[in-house]
Design a protein around this ligand. Structure first.
Ligand code: GDD
Ligand code: MG
Length: 405
């Protein structure tokens, strides 16, 4: 893979935002391929060997709820061989047991490719039991099972990634039509980790270069998702309100496709459903920014590199309607609005935005999204012990089960 060099764009305390980096070669060969030509210093080349090492340290979580089986299957095919795949499904089990269909397909894929695929259901009582026993109760709903939602699925996936012994965890949606795009996302995550000097605290967020749509009977490749453009604008306003310089450094406020070190994933707080991706940035600025008095002042001295990489493949996924997008916009802006970092000007701009779009009148209070504490508050040894056996931990990581936490 060959990319732009990373350039630091904005600094919010110890959160370092790098500018958008474009891809120049999806495949830039092996280390030895550039020995003869001497390479060039104007781009960053990540040869196969480095990508492979990073992929071998990675788990990819695929959250799924009622997607077409063929799409999920294509996504699995796009995830490179060295990666540990973790499917977290919240698909309906009645009247048709869709989860069983997904599991059968995943097992078939695992058998054909000789890979160990973890596939769990969000409403599995054993998972709820493991979270309760290890002291992480906020995720439990009234029915005693784990709550629904994409972020909630990601929390489960992150814990399973930790159990698998992998050092990084990435997320890829299950409704992607192009397996080749999924392959590119995974390689971009690997490239981001390969370029990071901070091995403990790094995050890689993908911005799609295009999203194909049909407009006037023609294909149109739009750049920004309808939600992203709004979230990015207000996230940049939040950054600018502290730096004093108008900024457009944040391009990935809603990046569903993103990855981070497991260490960082265990340190971050969570916000429900589709508000999770913008909340990651808000949480980083709150806890690592040095502007607020927090319980974790030690974070102020732990730089977090946030890389934003622009994928080349078009992103084509299932279209889920206007109301879905409006909900996503409100959920995203809610986490900025309710952050103690947001000043009156930032809040007023958000209220105007929601009012202008007919999502919520300016006079009405914006609902607060449910929050979950960082996963490092959970008793990991108990969690692991509770899930021992039963297919939650990949075969290759079994010896980790025997090691102390
Ligand atoms: N496990 C689980 N549990 N997965 C879920 C749930 C749930 O309750 N709800 C949705 N998912 C899965 C979907 O099946 C899909 O694979 C993925 O989460 C994303 O959901 P979509 O409904 O397809 O979201 P989207 O396409 O509108 O938005 C995506 O892109 C946004 C950026 O434009 C998401 O990734 C957003 O989080 C992201 O902000
Ligand atoms: Mg989608």
């Amino acid at each position: 893979m060959r990319l732009d060099l990373p350039r630091l764009k904005d600094r919010f305390g110890s959160v370092l935002y790098y500018g958008l980096q474009s891809v120049y070669e999806l495949d830039s060969g092996m280390v030895s391929d550039e020995m003869l030509t001497g390479g060039n210093n104007s781009t960053l080349r990540i040869p196969y060997e480095k990508l492979h090492t990073a992929l071998s340290n990675m788990a990819i979580v695929v959250p799924v709820k009622g997607e077409k089986l063929r799409l999920l299957e294509g996504v699995l095919m796009g995830i490179p061989n060295p990666v540990q795949i973790i499917i977290v499904s919240n698909s309906d089990r009645t009247p048709v047991d869709n989860f069983q269909l997904e599991k059968d397909m995943a097992q078939n894929f695992a058998a054909i490719t000789n890979r160990d695929v973890i596939c769990v259901h969000q409403k599995d009582p054993k998972l709820a039991h493991a979270f309760v026993k290890s002291g992480y109760r906020d995720l439990i709903g009234k029915d005693g099972l784990l709550r629904s939602g994409k972020a909630e699925g990601m929390i489960i996936g992150t814990m399973l990634a930790k159990l698998s012994g992998r050092r990084t965890v990435g997320f890829v949606d299950a409704d992607n039509y192009f397996p080749g795009a999924v392959l590119e996302y995974c390689n971009l995550y690997a490239a981001g980790f390969a370029m990071s000097r901070r091995k403990d605290h790094a995050m890689v967020r993908i911005s799609w270069s295009s999203k194909p749509k049909v407009r006037d009977n023609d294909l149109y490749f739009s750049k920004w998702g309808r939600s992203s453009i709004v979230t990015n604008t207000h996230m940049n306003k939040l950054v600018s309100s502290y730096t004093g310089f108008e900024s457009e450094s944040i391009r990935t406020g809603n990046a569903g496709e993103h990855a981070m070190t497991v260490d960082l994933a265990m340190t971050l707080g969570w916000s429900a459903g589709y508000s999770i991706e913008p909340y990651q940035l808000v949480y980083l600025m709150e806890q690592f920014g040095g502007e607020l008095n927090t319980d974790t002042p030690a974070h102020f001295n732990r730089p977090v590199n946030v890389y934003q990489l622009e994928s080349r493949n078009p992103h084509l996924h299932e279209s889920k309607g206007e109301e879905h997008v409006e909900k996503m916009i409100e959920a995203s802006l809610s986490v900025i609005y309710h952050s103690p970092l947001a000043n009156d000007r930032v809040k007023a701009a958000i209220q105007n935005e929601l009012d202008k779009r007919g999502i919520r009148p300016a006079g009405e209070e914006i609902p607060v999204m449910r929050k979950y504490p960082p996963l490092n508050t959970l008793d990991y040894a108990t969690f692991r012990e509770t899930l021992r056996g039963g297919g939650y931990i990949p075969e290759a990581a079994r010896d980790l089960e025997l090691r102390p936490a």
